[in-house]
Design a protein around this ligand. Sequence first.
Ligand code: ACO
Length: 354
Amino acid sequence: MTEISVPKGLVGVIVDKTAICTTDAEGNLVYRGYKTVDLVSKKTFEEVAYLIVHGDLPDRNQLKEFNEMLVKNGEIDSRVLKVIDLLKERDIMKNLRSMISLYPYSTADASHMLPEIISKVPGIIAHSYASVTGKKVGNSDAPTYSGRFYQMITGNSDSRKSEFLSKLMILYMEHEFNASTFVLRVAASTLTDPASAFTSALGTLKGPLHGGANAEILDFFKSFRNEEEAVKFVDSQLESGKKVMGFGHRVYKQKDPRAQLVKQLMKELNPDSKELRIAEAIEARVWEKKHLPANLDFYAAILMDQLGIPQDLYTAIFAAARVFGWWAHYEEQLSDNKLIRPSSEYVGKKDRVL
Ligand code: ACO
């Protein structure tokens, strides 16, 4: 076996093929051949989820069956609800990871277990949040995954806000070999079950350099009264060598197309907001000083705040969308599987004698 060395962090290394998602030469994010800018404006969350999982957009019947399947499987086992209530865990991602792992699925067959896992994500998130706030889980009579999810976590059925959240979730749904998806594929390559692979991916997504970033952005953003204060903060962070969360990306070095789409959504929702002005001032300053683009999480956090969504749920919302990408990647990995097991260069002590 010939071994090759690759850059640390696998920067720029193509490790496998995928037919699910890519970024085209113009910098558009593309799902199964369609630009996400078009999907966000013309298709629903569930149509795009079907596209990601099955490869093509659904016809009317396929969409109906898909929606029914996600709603039917969404009920949460009463024993799991008891554990959620007993733990009252504030870290919703930790709880989601744990509950997906212990859930008593009705089947061990991967093709059935995958939709079963995904259908339960909104309920687990909503019940976890309710267990710590003491509020009730919102009534969920919506016939779709994203509609139900919005109702359950916010307790209201504002269809305009719900639609904005689903558009954001379309952008969170898939992003080729990002860290959590790669971990899921490593797990799937061992032929482990989907729940174990999803648990690994959820644990990875929650890290602050990945999905966890969106939960940290409001910590600093909310304190600014105007653009000047925001710019001062950026300068002091960069001067002291600290990161500004929501900036930089492994793939996007000029512009994250998803961040720009979310900015457009913010402009539609609330065109003259102070938050938008402050966000744009931060974006311009980080670019001027460090040449780093705002990433999806930066604008997503501010949009979710404007939609009235509690900060504790931000990373879990990312997860509730990304699970569809993981479903597709789990199946793609197994369709042409090879165990993912790289080598390492040993730099430890040698020839020690006892
Ligand atoms: N603020 C300040 N400086 C930064 C930032 C940032 N947010 N991001 C990168 N840099 C700096 C690095 O310190 C490094 O500087 P140097 O060359 O002087 O050492 C340079 O920019 C290159 O950065 P790397 O960390 O090498 O870039 P990499 O591709 O490895 O990392 C990452 C990408 C992890 C996203 C990084 O930009 C980061 O930590 N950003 C903040 C966390 C964040 O927003 N994560 C969300 C990612 S998007 C998502 O998950 C949807």
